[in-house]
Design a protein around this ligand. Sequence first.
Ligand code: GDP
Ligand code: GDP
Length: 458
Amino acid sequence: MTPVLALVGRPNVGKSTLFNRLTRTRDALVADFPGLTRDRKYGQASYREMEYLVIDTGGIHGGEEGIDAEMAGQSLQAIEEADAVLFLVDARAGVTSADEAIAGHLRRLEKPVFLVANKIDGVDADVVTADFYSLALGDVHGIAAAHGRGVNQLLETSMAPFLAELIEEEEPEEEPWPDEDDEAEEEPDADRQPFEDMPIKLAIIGRPNVGKSTLTNRILGEERVVVYDMPGTTRDSIYIPMQREEQDYVLIDTAGVRRRGKVSETVEKFSVIKTLQAIEDANVVLLVLDARSGISDQDLSLLGFALNAGRSLVIAVNKWDGLDQVVKDDLKRELDRRLGFIDFARLHFISALHGTGVGHLFESVEEAYSSATKRINTSMLTRILKGAVEDHNPPMIQGRRIKLRYAHAGGYNPPIIVIHGNQLSGLPESYRRYLMNYYRRSLKIMGTPIRIEYREGD
Ligand code: GDP
Ligand code: GDP
């Protein structure tokens, strides 16, 4: 499971500054779910190819009094969902009573806490950090989040070993193919399909009440589905192995269907962290939207997370039953307008309640998965590149034409196409999009993003 770090501390100590520095996702992915979050921010981050999630708990207000009450609220929940806590203090302000109260709470947690003193720029770091040893949380890491100073060292010395350990606890995922090498010129064995024998991990995600549980129940209730029993834990999604028309799946159930009846329904069913971890862990994401409420910023946030993680995507517009034609037409126009940027994802109009359209979802899920894992060899990628350049030359940069030489696959899930050439950094973004669309059409890749990377020289 993707590790989760919570940023905790008084307001103004620099949590959002550090958050922005750590995450590859910025303001666009502030997931503000009504009733669940009070200025909480979630972001995806990675260090040395280790992926993790960061929650900015939004600051614990109030110092001395009521701190416990505050802690018991939203921030506490964020801390509970996290694997480790980065506790930020202001190196310039010295230890405050609010810091002490927070530290007292964190010391009682059975979780690793990294104490980080921010804003060491322009002061004597050793002197100011010394003060914070009194919080009895171990080492004090001095950083200046605004300038990046000390952040890499913090990541390298403290976070990296910790992340590696958490990630290693998981079974290492086997690569069904080694990444294709430059010299692999021979045609692939036509019978062999990559990832053929592996189950498709399908995460069903969406805002609260869009119909995820209803849909999951509907899928599991279908006679053709064989469900295997799996125990679930509280924080995590439930992983449900199943088989449908010869294809193995693992449904990642973020709605907690199978817990129903066992744990009281008032237990929070929706958790952003759970959803984000499900996205990270899935091969294909099935995003459920609610036709009755239209598309919201939260939907777009979730979409952004899925895209950012490079996941294949299928979109189900649920509750399509009983709507009149005018409403349907309006909604379709709205979807066209707001989802234009993910034109690669198939859109399905379904009713989880009545089962309409549910079976067809799986056609798109399989299409997306096989697109994302398609084995594509160097000669084909290079041939397509030549075609693209012939149809539409790259622009001249300072009187010289940018040269695109050849291409090869750099990875799967999502497909990465590595293009070699000269002066590639001069290529405008519009040309990258052109190449992406050209590859998409030529290779008939649907349902997954494609990544294009440039390599200078041969
Ligand atoms: P948050 O409320 O904990 O999220 O704090 P912010 O990230 O919003 O930062 C609060 C203020 O501290 C802002 O004015 C930042 O520019 C400033 N700040 C953040 N990091 C640093 C730093 O490393 N050095 C200095 N001097 N100021 C910083
Ligand atoms: P979740 O929070 O996303 O798991 O949503 P639920 O599956 O619990 O559904 C929320 C509400 O929407 C429930 O009252 C469902 O009966 C209703 N609902 C779910 N799917 C449909 C549908 O296809 N059509 C209609 N009309 N209602 C639905």
